[in-house]
Design a protein around this ligand. Structure first.
Ligand code: NAD
Length: 499
C-alpha cells in the first residue's frame, strides 16, 4: 500500500482501519473481566472509533499477577542485557514499520495533525526505545574504593513490577519514555494509557510480543484513572509507579503509595513555562516565531508549552505584533489534512476548560488581542483559535494555572532580576527559555531559573541524550537519557571480606 499523501488518502486509510480496544494481559488481547467498555470518540469530528475495555481492580489484579510471575521466572529480568537489547531493537523496528497506522490512530484518537503524528510522535517513540535499547549493554556497575582486603560491589537490579500511567497529549511518546527504560532494565510493566487516547498503547502490545518480549512482561490496561489507575497505584504488589500527567493526580499518587506499600513513585507533572525575551535578542522575528510555536504546537497541549511570554517592556508592543503575525500560521485545520499544523483539542471537556480560561482572562482584566473563539463547530470537531492575552499579571489565573490549551499570557518586565522573579513565581518548574544576544546575561538568567529544562535562544530543544523532568511541583525523577535508569532499578551494595 502506498503512503497516504492527501487528506483523501488518510480518510480512505481511516475507513479501512480496524480498531482494537482490548486489554493485553499475559500475551493475549482480552476483554475487561466485567465486560465493561467505554466508547472512544474522535475529537476530529465526533466519529465513534470503537469500544475500549474499561478495566478495573479485577483486571489490575490479574495483570499484576502475570507481571509478577514473569518477573520472578527470570525469563526477562535475568536475560542478558545484550539479548534484551536485540528484542527491544526489534520492537522499535516494528513500531517504525507500522508508523502510518500508529500515526493515524494517534490523530483520530486525540486530534493532533497527522503530519506531526507521522513525523514527530511515532518516530520519537521508536527512537526512545531504540536509544534506550542501545544503552543497556554499555552500562556498567561499580566497585567501591575499599581497603585491600575488601570488595564492595555496587550493582543495579530491576525493581520488579512497574505500573506506568500516562496522559493523552503525546500518548505513544510518553508511554515509550517509561516502558523503554523499564523494560530495558529487566522489569515487568503494566501500561495504563489515558482513557482519552488508549489506541496506540493497545496496538503496540502485540508488536512487543512479536518482537519477542515474553508473555506477562508487557501488559496494557485501558480504563479510567479512578478505577484501574487507582487500583494499580494502591496495589501492594506493584513495586514502582511512574506517571506523567497533572500535578493534582501526581499528588494523589503519592498518597496512594503511602497508603499501600510505599512503592517508588516517579512523577512528570504540569508546567507553566516562562519564555523570556530581552530587548537585545539577536532576531526578534525568530524569537516571535518560536514564541508562537512554543504556545500553539500540539494545540497548546504540551507540558512544556511557553504559556507565559515575559517580554522586556521597551519592546513589548512591537514583539506582541510580531507574535500575532506568527500565530496566524497556527490556525486549526482538519487533522487528517497533511498541511494542517494545528488540530483538535482532545475532547469536549478539555475544550470547555480552555474556553473557560479564556473567559476568566477577560473577567480578570487581561486584554484579549487575538483569537479566543471556538472554530469549525459545524464539523463536530473540537477546535479553538490560538489565543493571546496582553497586559497579564503573573498572579492572574490564566498566568498561574496550567490551561493545557493554546492560551498565551504576555507579561512585561523591566530588568533581568524582575524577569527571573516573575519566571520563578509559580508552583511549577518544568521548562523555561531566555532570548538575549548577551551570552553573560542569558547564562546568568538560565542559572537563576528554577526549571528542569532551560533553552537559550530557542525553544523546546532536546533529544534522548538529555534528561527531562521538573523542579518543584512539576515532578521528580527524570525521563530520557541514562538518568532514567535510576527510576527502574534498586541499588545494591554487596560487601565481600577477603580471608
Ligand atoms: P491527568 O493527570 O488527568 O491523567 C493522567 C493519567 O492519570 C491518565 O492515564 C489518567 O487516567 C490517570 N489518572 C487519573 N486519575 C487517577 C487516579 N486517581 N489514580 C490513578 N491514575 C489516575 O492528566 P492528563 O489530562 O491526561 O494530561 C495532562 C497533564 O499531563 C498536564 O498537567 C501536563 O502538564 C501533564 N504532562 C506532563 C508531562 C511531563 O513530562 N512533565 C508531559 C506530558 C503531559
Amino acid at each position: 500500500m502506498s503512503a497516504p499523501a492527501t487528506y483523501e488518502d488518510w480518510e480512505a486509510r481511516a475507513a479501512g482501519l480496524s480498531i482494537n480496544g482490548k486489554a493485553f494481559i499475559q500475551g493475549q488481547y482480552v476483554s475487561a473481566l466485567k465486560g465493561e467498555t467505554f466508547t472512544c470518540i474522535s475529537p476530529v469530528d465526533g466519529r465513534q472509533l470503537g469500544e475500549v475495555a474499561s478495566c478495573d481492580e479485577g483486571d489490575a489484579e490479574i495483570a499484576v499477577q502475570a507481571a509478577r510471575e514473569a518477573f520472578e521466572s527470570g525469563v526477562w529480568s535475568r536475560m542478558a542485557p545484550a539479548k534484551r537489547k536485540q528484542i527491544l531493537l526489534k520492537f522499535a523496528d516494528l513500531i517504525r514499520d507500522n508508523r502510518e497506522e500508529l500515526a493515524l490512530l494517534e490523530t483520530l484518537d486525540m486530534g493532533k495533525p497527522i503530519r506531526f503524528a507521522l513525523r514527530g510522535d511515532i518516530p520519537a517513540a521508536e527512537r526512545a526505545i531504540r536509544w534506550t535499547a542501545e544503552a543497556i549493554d554499555k552500562h556498567y556497575d561499580e566497585l567501591a574504593p575499599t581497603a585491600h582486603n575488601e570488595i564492595g560491589m555496587i550493582t543495579r537490579e530491576p525493581i520488579g513490577v512497574v505500573a506506568a500511567i500516562v496522559p493523552w497529549n503525546f500518548p505513544l511518546i510518553m508511554a515509550a519514555w517509561k516502558i523503554a527504560p523499564a523494560l530495558a532494565t529487566g522489569n515487568s510493566v503494566i501500561l495504563k494509557p489515558s482513557e482519552k487516547s488508549p489506541l496506540t498503547a493497545i496496538r503496540i502490545a502485540i508488536l512487543a510480543k512479536e518482537a519477542g518480549i515474553p508473555d506477562g512482561v508487557f501488559n496494557v490496561l485501558p480504563g479510567y484513572g479512578h478505577t484501574v489507575g487507582k487500583a494499580l497505584a494502591l496495589h501492594m504488589d506493584v513495586d514502582c509507579l511512574v506517571f506523567t500527567g497533572s500535578t493534582g493526580i501526581a499528588k494523589q499518587l503519592m498518597i496512594y503509595a503511602g497508603q499501600s506499600n510505599m512503592k517508588r513513585v516517579w512523577l512528570e507533572a504540569g508546567g507553566k513555562s516562562p519564555n523570556i525575551v530581552f530587548a537585545d535578542a539577536q532576531d526578534l522575528k525568530v524569537a516571535a516565531k518560536a514564541a508562537a510555536s512554543a504556545l500553539a504546537f500540539n494545540q497548546g497541549e504540551v507540558c512544556t508549552a511557553g504559556t507565559r511570554l515575559l517580554v522586556e517592556a521597551s519592546i513589548k508592543d512591537q514583539f506582541v505584533e510580531l507574535v500575532k503575525q506568527e500565530m496566524l500560521a497556527w490556525e486549526p485545520g482538519h487533522p487528517l489534512d497533511p498541511n494542517t499544523v494545528s488540530g483538535a483539542i482532545v475532547d469536549q471537556q478539555q475544550l470547555e476548560r480552555v474556553i473557560g480560561y479564556i473567559e476568566a482572562g477577560q473577567q480578570e482584566g487581561a486584554k484579549l488581542v487575538q483569537g479566543g473563539k471556538r472554530l469549525m463547530q459545524e464539523t463536530g470537531g473540537m477546535f479553538v483559535e490560538p489565543t493571546i492575552f496582553d497586559q497579564v499579571h503573573n498572579r492572574m489565573r490564566i498566568a498561574s494555572e496550567e490551561i493545557f490549551g493554546p492560551v498565551l499570557s504576555v507579561i512585561p518586565f523591566n530588568t533581568a532580576e524582575e524577569a527571573v522573579e516573575i519566571a520563578n513565581d509559580t508552583i511549577y518548574g518544568l521548562a523555561a527559555a531566555v532570548w538575549s544576544a548577551d551570552i553573560n546575561k542569558a547564562h546568568k538568567v538560565a542559572k537563576a531559573l528554577r526549571a528542569g529544562s532551560v533553552w537559550i535562544n530557542h525553544y523546546d530543544g532536546g533529544d534522548m541524550t538529555a534528561p527531562f523532568g521538573g523542579f518543584k511541583q512539576s515532578g521528580n525523577g527524570r525521563d530520557k537519557s541514562l538518568h532514567a535508569f535510576d527510576k527502574y532499578t534498586e541499588l545494591k551494595a554487596t560487601w565481600l571480606l577477603l580471608e
